[in-house]
Design a protein around this ligand. Sequence first.
Ligand SMILES: C[S@@+](CC[C@H](N)C(=O)[O-])C[C@H]1O[C@@H](n2cnc3c(N)ncnc32)[C@H](O)[C@@H]1O
Length: 259
Amino acid sequence: MPIFKRFGLLSDLYIALQLALTPTLRHIWATPSLIFHPTAISRIFMSYVWTAFGAGIDENNVQLKTSLITKNAYGVVLDLGAGHGHTAKYLDTTRVTKYVALEPNILMHDAIRRTADAAGFSEPSGTLLILACGAENTTTILTSLGGYQPVDTLVSVLTLCSVPDPQETIKSLTTEVLKPGGQLLFIEHVRNPLPNVAWWQSFWSPLWGLAFDGCRLDRPSHTWIQKVGGWASEELTGTDGEDEEHLFWHRVGKFVKAT
Ligand SMILES: C[S@@+](CC[C@H](N)C(=O)[O-])C[C@H]1O[C@@H](n2cnc3c(N)ncnc32)[C@H](O)[C@@H]1O
């Protein structure tokens, strides 16, 4: 693996620091008690990073998201780690009855409202619900949605890399939150199957996670999803033209739960 691939992510980190460090320090200056809350600081930092990078990352994936999300999503859609609500842009309002944006970073909620509104989903009409909890808070999700297995479509775009206790979280979501016959649609960067690349992913993950709200590069999220079992069908692919030695190696999936 050439050196520029091993260290390539340092340039992203540098750009993120340039964009997000000063405004984050301003928050800490205004509220010094934040220094006792590293998660809160990381979320402030992440909100500035996502303001700078989110739209561009979304635009790079328009075709992929259209073929995965627009084509398949229906009913009640729960978007895990909604960010700025970009998923809403890909939802067909004739097939999706409600967009539930789960986003623990409340600094992103205004952007979710704006994006969802432009896509035809709003709180006053009851077609948009924003949840401020994490994906691991299954009880809160179920209480907010009024019962057991309320969701037709679970969407996860670049989020499973950040949730705590991911294996348990994936299991709870697919067992308790997803309806029988419902589907999980995901685009995730995951552990690279090449051991030397995976080594570098693990090497960078503590530093990367510090800056990007706990994001890890070395999680085999797609295999954890497969291992949960109970799927009637599994479609798993990569992304077109991706370098096999990439530190951000993606898997794209459509998994339908058995009835
Ligand atoms: C890389 S961003 C992706 C945002 C969005 N899915 C998209 O692709 O536009 C990861 C998102 O996961 C959220 N996140 C972090 N921890 C989470 C958790 N425990 N549960 C759900 N989402 C979480 C972050 O706040 C962030 O918005």
